[in-house]
Design a protein around this ligand. Structure first.
Ligand code: HAM
Length: 436
């Protein structure tokens, strides 16, 4: 009996990433790493799977609802990391004040969120993030913002990039003054985070139900001050001491980032979807891209919540998949140049010679490959080499082996060279730009 095999697809929201994509991905990643490293950040990596309690009540409703949570074989409730800030805070807390402050750490890792897949929203995605622990100065927030900005410049997106900046305590200060309990505040913030994603009337109705219409109006009045100078918010927060303090801090961060040439837009209704923020919050945008390419902010209480010493902290995460997409859409990297050498064989018995030659070239740092399949005509082998972007093809025949002279065809110029054995390596090195 024959059985038709069903193709097995990737799970919804998960992707296979192919070589062309991965080359762009690794390029973006290396550019972002260099931005972080130049500012003194050092790499850490934490586990992909964490105890569920690490995230419980710390991430906020939106992230918690979209977590991959399951029981492991030992009956423990575990989660795939939806982000890495919680792990970094846990890691720092476990060092119990042994490290010299401030600590500057960065990471590049995959994250998992069980969200409804849509454009550039995946269930597995990649972030590059930096966390600055042990400093509460406005300049530390400014530096974190600058890492986002510099990353955009470094990958060629600097022209359209801008930062939306706010301080979440402006909103929280108002809610505190009104005596709104913490759990209700979280829900108000979850609604506010939906601004721009669902209709404003829906947000207004959602918040009104929680804190009444007038206060909702006052809160949403903040949204109208987008793009204004922070001083224009002063009258609005006058009556709320914590909001006033937050605004003063926002002004300092704003001035610091503007002074180094960062394009920044005050966005007073920006609260972000994570619950742990206690001060500055921001998002990285590029014009005409409808979603954030990164985001972050200050979280001064999180480390103490994990049992560590009370330590201020601020950080950001960049969405690498979204940055790669923007880079590709704009054609920033341009067409790849041809590289390396492909060794085609005239007859099957020469394959072992081709293997030896490829190995020799590889040891010299020259990218090379040879005909492995067998049974293909020379023209088919050349076609394969051409399609895969090899720069040269060496046609290896008995005559070439006996004479010690190689026929080297340049697939860029279509020129053919006869190169003696002893000169081959130097000839190739002089023509190829990259050497490994
Ligand atoms: P976040 O805003 O949740 O912040 O994520 C940061 C970035 O990751 C987003 O701006 C977006 O580019 C990308 N991202 C998020 N979800 C997805 C998804 N489903 N698919 C593709 N890309 C996505 C954080 O994660 C915080 N840990 C930031 C932070 C660090 N705060 C302080 N330190």
């Amino acid at each position: 009996m024959t059985r038709t095999l069903m193709p097995i697809r990737t799970l919804r929201g998960f992707r296979d990433l192919l070589p062309d994509y991965m080359e762009d991905f690794r390029w973006v990643e290396s550019r972002v790493r260099s931005v972080f490293e130049r500012a003194g950040y050092r790499e850490v990596l934490t586990p992909t799977v964490e105890p569920f309690e690490l995230y419980e009540e710390k991430e906020g409703e939106q992230v918690e609802q979209s977590m991959f949570v399951f029981e492991d074989k030992g009956g423990r409730r575990v989660a795939l990391r939806p982000e890495l800030t919680a792990s970094v805070a846990r890691l720092f807390a476990s060092t119990m004040g042994e490290l010299k402050l401030p600590v500057k750490w960065y990471y590049v890792a995959n994250m998992f969120r069980y969200e409804e897949p849509q454009k550039m929203r995946y269930r597995e995605f990649w972030q590059a993030g930096a966390e600055l622990i042990g400093a509460s100065t406005p300049e530390s927030d400014a530096e974190i913002v600058a890492l986002g900005w510099d990353s955009m410049r470094e990958v060629g997106l600097g022209d359209g990039a801008f930062i939306r900046l706010n301080n979440v305590m402006i909103v929280r200060g108002m809610l505190d003054s009104w005596g709104v309990p913490r759990d209700v505040q979280e829900r108000v913030l979850t609604w506010m985070d939906k601004l721009g994603k669902v209709s404003e009337s829906e947000v207004e109705a959602g918040i009104s139900e929680l804190i009444g219409r007038d206060r909702t109006r006052e809160l949403l009045g903040l949204a109208e001050l987008e793009g204004k100078d922070p001083s224009e918010l002063e009258s609005l927060v006058e009556r709320y001491p914590k909001s006033r303090e937050a605004l003063e801090n926002l002004e300092l961060v704003y001035e610091a980032v503007k002074a180094v040439g960062i394009r920044v837009r005050i966005t007073p209704a920006l609260v972000r979807g994570l619950a742990y923020y206690t001060g500055t919050v921001f998002e990285v945008f590029v014009e005409n891209v409808p979603y954030a390419l990164g985001g972050g902010g200050r979280y001064d209480n999180l480390i103490a919540e994990y049992g560590g010493p009370s330590t201020p902290a601020t950080g950001l995460s960049l969405g690498l998949d979204r940055i790669v997409e923007a880079v590709r859409e704009r054609g920033i990297r341009g067409p790849r140049s041809r590289d390396g050498v492909y060794i085609a064989v005239v007859s099957e018995d020469l394959r072992v010679r081709a293997f030896a030659l490829a190995q020799r070239l590889r040891y010299e740092g020259i990218r090379s490959d040879f005909e492995l399949r067998g049974g293909r005509s020379l023209s088919k082998q050349a076609e394969y080499a051409d399609k895969l972007g090899w720069r040269f093809v060496i046609f290896l025949g008995r005559r070439e082996v006996e004479k010690g002279v190689y026929v080297v065809k340049d697939l860029e110029s279509w020129e053919q060279h006869e190169v003696p054995e002893a000169e081959l390596v130097n000839f190739l090195k002089s023509k190829l730009t990259s050497s490994l």
